[in-house]
Design a protein around this ligand. Structure first.
Ligand SMILES: *Cc1c(COP(=O)(O)O)cnc(C)c1O
Length: 478
């Protein structure tokens, strides 16, 4: 397929600019670019066809089932985009005086209040642009808290091995030493190993809950108590809150700080690289350290405030405001009844599909699960030579996006399936039928699965090469 630059033809275009209604001004020579700007010159019809063709070559939530574990690729109601597109929200400038954008500030205050209510926290920043960015910010709050007390010996963050991969990465980026705690046979934190690991050097714990094997840790209260008793703080990775929102609150379970993925649980389309939003909520004791541009109510109006001992800025201005608006719309449309119902459906759908597949596929842990479950293909791999990768690629031929593969690392030949709350029973039944037929093919004709996918625009790309040597720019010849 031709790139947009290759479709460019000199002189084509579709911009019809209004006539100049101010005196023309010459740009000083020194400010002019030396050579022509490389913009594709292309007619509107060809742009439209180009992007429609690209769209047809990919698989999105609007095409079909997308059970990509931990990513919550659910259907996002269109009203969220409609609200975020209102000109009063989308056509404003970040440097506009606060009294001219009171509606936007109130939306931020409202989003903070509602999400604090859902998580059991006392304050929230919307600056972070994604989940991992939220982790980084939340850990900086923990670091600032210990430092403000002159407690400098706390250099370690405890991260269970069933945590999301970003947890240890964020902790080490903040400068902490990561202490990994193994899971027990139930997929939960091993309490004895946790007790042995804590001490005067423990800055805190990061818990992904439900964890990456889809399990809500049944000892959660004991876990947070062990850390608090040692003088550490508890961080809750709430990226996958769609399993628990409206049911339990991390703030009530002993957590001091949390991040949410608005682009997963709170309904913003994602997957193409953003924009996202990873707000960080915290308890009262961490509020003085929140980043700059913290929205606050002052009487009838709203303002931005810089908390007394703020860690500073982690992103320009107020973060991705329009993503927060989508989340606010989502929370307001679901309301106090719809939020727990969404969680219940996320858990029900995952358990239903797990139950449908359990007879054939080997589950990594015995049910019930939360919003996702993990299967291990290691037996099929050993006995028939069919890998998790082969199964995943074959799903593409059936119009289903593959589950997350080879993650979590603690399960061999892992496939991590998250159906999400927005799928119907019919879709789950169709998916189960596809999984079953692929399993039968794995026994009868394993070779055909090694060749899958055969119906997609490209077959098996060089994934390592794409990750290590990505071609992100078009090389112009002139
Ligand atoms: C997706 C996810 C993250 C990372 O979020 P990004 O927005 O991709 O940075 C962190 N933790 C969990 C549990 C997740 O599912």
């Amino acid at each position: 397929m031709e790139l947009i630059f290759e479709r460019s033809r000199e002189g084509r275009g579709c911009a019809i600019l209004p006539g100049l209604d101010v005196p023309a001004a010459e740009l000083p020579e020194a400010l002019r670019r030396g050579r022509k700007l490389h913009l594709p010159q292309i007619a509107e019809v060809d742009i439209s066809r180009h992007y429609t063709a690209l769209m047809k070559r990919t698989h999105g939530v609007n095409d079909g089932f997308y059970p990509l574990g931990s990513c919550t690729m659910k259907y996002n109601p269109k009203i969220n985009d409609e609200m975020a597109g209102l000109p009063g929200f989308s056509k404003i400038h970040p440097l506009q005086p606060a009294h001219t954008v009171q509606g936007c500030l109130k939306a931020l205050c409202m989003a903070e209040e509602l999400l604090c209510e859902i998580t059991g926290m006392d304050g929230m920043t919307f600056q972070p642009a994604a989940g991992a960015h939220g982790e980084f910010t939340g850990l900086m709050l923990i670091q600032a808290y210990h430092e403000s007390r002159g407690d400098r010996k706390r250099t370690k963050i405890i991260v269970p091995d069933a945590a999301h991969g970003t947890n240890p990465a964020s902790a080490s980026m903040v400068g902490y030493e990561v202490v990994s705690i193994p899971s027990n046979s139930e997929g939960c934190v091993d309490l004895e190993k946790l007790r042995a690991a804590v001490g005067e050097d423990t800055a805190g714990l990061m818990l992904t809950n439900p964890n990456t094997v889809g399990i809500f840790d049944k000892n959660i209260l004991e876990i947070t108590r062990i850390i608090h008793d040692a003088g550490g703080l508890n961080y809750y990775d709430g990226a996958n809150l769609n399993a628990v929102m409206g049911m339990v609150r991390p703030g009530d379970m002993g957590f001091d700080v949390i991040h949410l993925n608005l682009h997963k649980t709170f309904s913003t389309p994602h997957g193409g690289g953003g924009p996202g939003s990873g707000p960080v909520g915290c308890k009262e004791l961490l509020k003085p350290f929140l980043p700059v541009f913290h929205q606050v109510r002052e009487g009838d109006s709203c303002q931005f405030d810089t908390p007394a001992q703020s860690i500073g800025s982690v992103k320009a201005f107020y973060g991705n405001f329009l993503v927060v608006l989508r989340a606010l719309t989502y929370v307001l449309t679901l309301g106090a009844e719809g939020i727990p119902e969404a969680s219940a459906n996320a858990v029900l759908n995952a358990n239903y599909l797990m139950h449908e597949l359990a007879g054939l596929y080997e589950m990594a842990y015995d049910g019930p699960c939360m919003h996702e479950f993990v299967m291990s293909l290691s037996k099929l791999k050993k006995e028939n030579g069919v890998s998790a990768m082969d199964i995943a690629k074959s799903l593409l031929d059936h119009g289903i996006h593959p589950p997350t593969m080879y993650f979590p690392l603690i399960v061999e030949e892992a496939l991590m399936v998250e159906p999400t709350e927005t799928e119907s029973k019919e879709t789950l039944d169709q998916a189960a039928a596809v999984f079953r037929s692929i399993y039968e093919t794995a026994l009868s004709d394993p070779q055909s699965l090694h060749e899958a996918p055969v119906r997609t625009p490209i077959r098996r790309p060089d994934e390592l090469g794409a990750a290590r040597n990505p071609k992100l720019r078009y090389q112009f010849t002139e």
